[in-house]
Design a binder for this molecule. Structure first.
Ligand code: NDP
Ligand code: MG
Ligand code: MG
Length: 340
């Protein structure tokens, strides 16, 4: 079993007295900045002029340009969108990374795939909460936390891991549990999970089920309920109690259908394709495609996004959800954020 760190295992003194620059004030940024401040750490927020800048000022933060915030901080947490990070890093952060500082990420993508190459005389580590930022903030305010992964890429000071743990404690993650990983493992498993299961696998499964029913002449409204709406109830049960807990709650007919038909949908061939997806991630092929797509202004991303928005399941879903005000909107922001 991996070692799990909790508040009692962590001495946050190593981070006290060191100024933390939180770069970005979006989903993760606002939560990290606010939780660290409430935990007694000194925080400056680094941003460009705009929406986030105004929110951070309203929330009472000392807000500066990324350049200024990086210059005055000892620990720099980069919470910009992953695809923006290399450019902002090059122009505004790197010139301010003097020896002895620490560079921190919440996702290993840019460092692991060499889009950001940190200098050799700074600590580099990650603190990646395993949940969207709005949950990181909300659970903190409730006295709990969202678990996090930490990983050290470069330890110059000899205290990089202690710093990572202290940071994780500051954002409330050590109330729930902190696990150690590497940039490689965090990056590759995060990409695989969202592609094969959480986002890609799931949306394709839902659409295929919906299409199968509607093409057989069943009403789209009924197909929507059976293939999309009810998912949440099932996932909640799995989240609380695993597969067995979920199966305990469904009917025996549903459970028998699960046993005999599930493996017909996801079979050895599916798993073989999952392995291909993992290989593309490990080889850097996926990363390269996504980096190039961004450099070209995302032609394929936008085209697919338009097509997907007009899928019949979206059309009928919009109408049905308008009739079910209770399904909105508490988790929307979080769900949107977590799919990143
Ligand atoms: P968001 O898109 O929610 O926020 C990005 C922030 O960066 C905004 O405040 C935005 O401000 C600011 N920003 C964008 N471009 C610039 C720029 N050129 N200069 C200065 N500021 C800029 O990002 P996330 O919080 O989702 O992601 C941040 C990191 O956290 C990523 O590495 C991600 O992988 C990681 N992560 C995210 C999770 C999530 O659930 N969202 C979960 C775990 C990790 P503006 O208003 O000006 O656009
Ligand atoms: Mg991800
Ligand atoms: Mg049913």
């Amino acid at each position: 079993m991996a070692k799990v760190y909790y508040n009692g295992d962590i001495n946050e003194a190593v981070l006290k007295g060191r100024k933390v620059a939180v770069i970005g004030y979006g989903s993760q940024g606002h939560a990290h900045a606010q939780n660290l401040r409430d935990s007694g750490f000194e925080v400056v927020v680094g941003l460009r002029q705009g929406k986030s800048w105004n929110s951070a000022v309203e929330d009472g933060f000392d807000v500066k340009t990324v350049h200024e915030a990086s210059a005055e901080a000892d620990v720099i947490m980069v919470l910009l969108p992953d695809e923006m990070q290399p450019q902002v890093y090059k122009n505004e952060i790197e010139p301010n990374l003097q020896a002895g500082k620490a560079l921190v990420f919440a996702h290993g993508f840019n460092v692991h795939f060499n889009q950001i190459v940190p200098p050799h005389d700074v600590d580099v580590f990650l603190v990646a909460p395993k949940g969207p930022g709005h949950l990181v903030r909300r659970t903190f305010e409730e006295g709990a936390g969202v678990p996090a992964l930490i990983g050290v890429y470069q330890d110059v000071s000899g205290t990089a891991k202690d710093l990572a743990l202290a940071y994780a404690k500051g954002v409330g993650a050590a109330r729930a549990g902190v696990l150690e990983t590497s940039f490689k493992e965090e990056t590759e498993t995060d990409l695989f999970g969202e592609q094969a299961v959480l986002c890609g696998g799931l949306t394709s499964l839902v659409k295929a089920g919906f299409e199968t029913l509607t093409e057989a002449g069943y009403q789209p409204e009924v197909a929507y309920f059976e293939c999309l709406h009810e998912l949440k109830l099932i996932v909640d049960l799995m989240y609380e109690d695993g597969l067995a807990g979920m199966r305990y709650s469904i009917s025996d007919t549903a459970q028998w259908g699960d046993f005999v038909s599930g493996p017909r949908v996801v079979d050895e061939d599916t798993k073989k394709r999952m392995k291909d997806i993992l290989t593309d991630i490990q080889d850097g092929k996926f990363a390269k495609g996504w980096i190039l797509e961004n450099q070209l202004n995302r032609p394929e991303f936008h085209a697919i996004n338009e097509r997907e928005k007009n899928h019949p399941i979206e059309v009928v879903g919009k109408e049905l959800r308008a009739m079910m005000p209770f399904v909105k909107k508490q988790t929307k922001k979080e769900v949107v954020a977590s799919a990143k």
